[in-house]
Design a protein around this ligand. Sequence first.
Ligand SMILES: [Fe+2]
Length: 290
Amino acid sequence: MTKTTDVVALNDWYVVTFADEIALGHSERTRLLGQDLLLSRDAAGAFGCVMLLDDGAQVPVPQVVERYGFVWVTLGEPTRDIVSVPEFADHERKFIHRGRIGVPTSGQRIIENFFDLSHFSFVHTGTLGAYDAAEVPRYAVEFRDQDSELWAIGCSFVQPKASAVADLSSTVYYDYRIPSPFISIIYKDSLIRQGRKDVIGLFIQPLDEERCTVHSFALVYDERNSPTHILHFYHEIFAQDRSILIHQVPRKLPISPRREIPTISDASSIAYRRWLDRSGLEFGLDRTAG
Ligand SMILES: [Fe+2]
């Protein structure tokens, strides 16, 4: 597949690497939206990026920006800025870079799984959920900023071990934010700092419609555990998600409500699919009618 012509996809911002993953003076081939890229870092640390065309030509990508420690590019003309996550500047939180993980499915499948509450008890048994507490309490869905962001708010779930620092099972409250079809961020009540939120996010790099690299991070209050220990906690969780994601068919996310039967706990999933439909996005979606 060659570069997509989907302008909705092209006009968005995507993480293509964590800055520290490319040494000074080095370059790395990567891919975005079906387009091969060469990402390079000069001796002073500045990033550049070119599209590698089939005829051998190299064309600079329109914009390359380093923000939050990640390198962002767009292949089009974005109408808005890179997502604002002010918590990156709060140094009381531990920043955990969760690495990049390849997943052979669409970015939308990964995002939808991330905010699906009903899978906790069955996929993350013993940490984010338990068999005897599988009910999903009601929550609300909101569209914000002229429909540019989807939020699921007032979510709660009984979690045996909600984070690396959790000692006891507790009901955990959180909100999900989806500021782009390929980004999801959780704001989850800190278990040790009352009134504060841990922030956990996924920045999806869609290589192709059915193949992605997931760049993820956590900004958590945790003075007890080492970053490595916290990282292991999250890697175990994501390995469980990945084992589910690789078996979902079709890999592109179906948009028609008749393709997959939703239940009451899927309010955020239904909203996500309708929101994607309204956006005009084609890349990574299965728009076959039911
Ligand atoms: Fe999960």
